[in-house]
Design a protein around this ligand. Sequence first.
Ligand code: HEC
Ligand code: HEC
Length: 204
Amino acid sequence: MQAYGHWKVAGSLAVLMLGASNTLAAERTGREVVEQTCATCHTSGKDGAPKIGDVAAWTQHSKKGLAKLTESAIAGIEKMPAHGGQPNLSDLEISRAIAFMVSFGKAVDPNKPYASPTSMTGEQLAQSHCVNCHGDGKEGAPRINDFNAWKPRLQKGMEGLVRSTISGHKAMPARSGMAQLSDTDLRNAVTYMVVQSATYQPRN
Ligand code: HEC
Ligand code: HEC
């Protein structure tokens, strides 16, 4: 009985996930957004915009944390217009553009691997990083093996959960606090945690 329930859950998860990737793919990559919009000021450093590739300048701004940077870019700050002056950019696209600029184009693009040429699996990322909060449920984070904690959140669909992870959600910072993680890395880690919670069997 128990096992059947788990398979059913896994089945509907698979359906959720198939639907999700198409929608995300329609949105622009960080590189595209930066080239089309942000580069106007962030290449030349117009009005004091931190320049792309200027490690010192971005380090200074990044100290606020990625969540704060995302907030400023969405709302606007000083001479920087809200959404970079393009109201049609989604929060997701803004977040990708920031990740692109903060990581100097290194790990940005949904198709690029985690910070190094060898890609990380969702399991590796979840077990090395997400576990810091999702292991013991820090600040209300749903625990990796606790399906009851994940269940109400699944109503958002995988798409919604991946978005929360990219943009940040309450106590969880944008991109879980690591700008170099691509959308794909985050999606893989979310998938791993959700499937893990649905299929977890306690020993004994
Ligand atoms: C019209 C010029 C202009 C455009 C276009 C522009 N920016 Fe900016 N941006 C600025 C300026 C100026 C600053 C420095 C603001 C300050 O004084 O803190 C800035 C700062 C930032 C910061 C740092 C915010 C902080 O809290 O320290 C981020 C992140 C950022 N921009 C992201 C973007 C993104 C993403 C885009 C494209 C979608 C974009 N910007 C397009 C002018 C621009
Ligand atoms: C600094 C702590 C922290 C780290 C690191 C962290 N999370 Fe979270 N996460 C949280 C907290 C806290 C919540 C619950 C937020 C709430 O709903 O109150 C959460 C919620 C979530 C949710 C549910 C979002 C929703 O919309 O309900 C997902 C999905 C998620 N995290 C994925 C991840 C992934 C993937 C990683 C690793 C790449 C990660 N988290 C790393 C703290 C963290």
